[in-house]
Design a protein around this ligand. Sequence first.
Ligand code: NAD
Length: 452
Amino acid sequence: MSYDVINPATEAVVRTIELVDVDETDRAIERSHKAGESWRRVTPADRARLLRRYAAVVDEHNEELAQLEVANAGHTIGNARWEAGNVRDVLNYYSGAPERHSGKQIPVTGGVDITFYEPLGVVGIIVPWNFPMPIAGWGLAPALAAGNTVVLKPATLTPLTAMRLGELALDAGIPEGVVQVLPGAGSSVGYRFVTNPTVRKVCFTGSNDAGRKIMSGAADQVKRVTLELGGKSANIVFADADVAKAAAMAPYAVFDNAGQDCCARSRILVQDSAYDLFMEHFEAAVKGVKVMDPANDASEMGPLITASQRESVMSYVDESAVAFRGSAPEGTGYWMAPTVLETTDTSDRAFTEEIFGPVVSVVRFSDETHAIAIANDSQFGLSGSIWTRDSGRALRVARGVETGALSVNSNSSVRYNTPFGGFKMSGIGRELGPDALLGFSEEKNVFISTEE
Ligand code: NAD
């Protein structure tokens, strides 16, 4: 079956691709399994060298990959270059892992006890449309480093950069069958990763609905899963913070990637006494966000991914709650202006559900306890920010908020060298950071008797 990939800024067809079906998925999984027999025996030093070479090849193609993402996903060119660079960085980071993925020697009676980290086998990686490149890389790099082979399914809407990353793996000398990219539907190709017993682990990033189906499907085979799901993160601004700075940076913490970001700080909590000052600076900052052609170097926000996504996002906007808006182009493309809602009702669906678009709700709080209570009154717990000049308060609140990746006086929660993942309904497991290979390995314990 063929599929037209659409540019969300122009609504033009970028390319028509062939989608794979379940039979082809099964054949690819079998090829992956076969390739794994020799890939797991590639020496750690050679695996490291191949990953470094893959990183170098991705780097050589940074601009090509970035331009492809602008056309396919409407990402700003600045973001897209960073995303391709992130794939390179993640590959480089985990290229150091094969030679350091050591087991233990454990003191026991009557012999020697040693542990090994064995590859799982075939790993299925399922990627959403909002960050096609980084999320592919976060699964791919540690999975390969740990000696697994990978079948990767990009989102139907955004397959192009992942397909190119698959080709670049071959160019880098990664053997045939070790990395296969399978563009296709989630319910058939993606779900086949769950039901085909040769796939030993599914790394899924996407919506909660699909995540739940995958988790319950995986139970049949006690299949390993990592789930990176939705978010509704809180940006907590205390009156003792640099309020002007917090307000100036807040738009980029939620409107980046047009708000289609699992880490979006889409709930802003501002302490009463700083509320008016914050809103004054925030309004100026929101109106200054450059929403324009994502291919333009100056662009800070592009279009939404599809017309239906925009429709869904707009359904959360109650005009009576709108405090102010930024601007957006009109006409062709799935544009929407950044929109700020003020709320007093924290049970309102705009305040509780993941909108996944350029809409943010602002609410007041009185003190630390109140701020933590509002922040934690959510089914999600993925990221968040705390703005304060009081370091004791920063740590108290950081420990109190039930979320996986927090930043203090900053909105950045993703670094390839630190763990990333969610509490509660935001997911299970962690990606990135020094321990990611543990999620792609089985620990084997071997006792050797020394008795005569
Ligand atoms: P989605 O769940 O619709 O799709 C994600 C991927 O899963 C796609 O490749 C899709 O084809 C596939 N899929 C869908 N149904 C499936 C099924 N039954 N079995 C197997 N695969 C299936 O999500 P989306 O709309 O592409 O992405 C948006 C969601 O992703 C948001 O909820 C967002 O918060 C989440 N997200 C989370 C993170 C994180 O790290 N926590 C990062 C990015 C996006």
